[in-house]
Design a protein around this ligand. Structure first.
Ligand code: LER
Ligand code: MN
Length: 275
């Protein structure tokens, strides 16, 4: 069954970014639970930002799961990514992602690689960058397996990376790898910019989808932009997607209203009886 999730950012440097709740993790867990979310997705400033026993208590007390944990603070705060020219810095980026896998894994949650994929540029050409990326995923995918969770890789739009912009490019990146433990994240905001046909792109990614960022065309909460959700939901059903759809959206008009808007859209599109 597809389940709902909502994002919580604890990263001061990401202020203005597409996260529904900010800063106060216990309060956000309580609110997410009151509104009826199944889970939260956490964007922490690092692997030591939240004490695991406390997180366990806040989740358990509120009947929530941990859907996923973002690694993007490695880029936002430390300027690390997987395609840096210098081998020691790339290793540091992989270590950072491993530390988030170690934090999230015991909760049964995958780590997400989005902006940590990096980009090619003057010192690293596109072919080399894709090789670095493939090598990193070949190493980190099996690393996540020890916790029985996948590693999630997110294609992001052209204004944020020149590497993997579409689900098809993601499938092409993952297919040659020996590991099958890396899955793709379909962020509907990025897809609206990059895909020709969003439902067709989701169908084409059958077997590779591990997470969805549930958001509208303008990065506002689902229902406040111009995305046509029924064919998207139908495509997710058709490929047997049964993990989380997580609200990674701007806190528009404010956090609580954004969360409420999201859960109402979730119920309308994913829970209402359909023909
Ligand atoms: C992260 O999930 C994402 O969607 C990227 O746009 C990060 O900026
Ligand atoms: Mn996203």
């Amino acid at each position: 069954m597809i389940r709902s999730s909502v994002t919580i950012s604890l990263v001061a440097e990401a202020r203005g970014g597409p996260f529904v709740f900010w800063d106060d993790l216990p309060a956000a867990c309580k609110k997410a639970s009151e509104l009826g979310f199944d889970a939260i997705e956490l964007f922490p400033p690092g692997p030591d930002a939240v004490e695991p026993n406390e997180l366990r208590r806040w989740l358990d007390d509120n009947g929530l799961a941990l859907a996923a944990v973002g690694t993007g603070a490695g880029w936002v705060r430390r300027r690390l990514h997987l395609c840096l020219p210098d081998a020691a810095s790339r290793a540091e980026a992989r270590d950072y992602i491993r530390s988030i896998i170690d934090f999230a894994g015991p909760f049964g949650a995958p780590a997400i690689i989005g902006s940590m994929q990096g980009r090619w540029g003057d010192e690293v050409n596109g072919t080399t960058a894709l090789r670095y990326l493939g090598e990193a995923l070949a190493e980190l995918g099996p690393y996540a397996q020890q916790y029985g969770v996948p590693l999630i890789f997110e294609p992001i739009n052209r204004y944020e990376t020149n590497l993997i912009n579409t689900l098809r490019a993601g499938v092409n990146l993952l297919t040659p790898l020996a590991t099958r433990n890396v899955l793709l994240l379909a962020d509907l905001f990025h897809m609206n910019i990059e895909e020709v046909d969003m439902p067709a792109a989701l169908r084409d990614a059958v077997g590779f989808l591990g997470h969805v960022h549930f958001v509208d065309s303008n990065r506002r909460p689902a229902g406040l932009g111009h995305l046509d959700y029924p064919p998207i939901v139908e495509a997710l059903r058709a490929i047997g997607y049964d993990r989380f759809v997580s609200a990674e959206a701007l806190p528009y008009p404010d956090s609580e209203a954004a969360a409420r808007q999201t859960i109402e859209s979730f119920r309308r599109f994913f829970r209402a009886a359909h023909a």
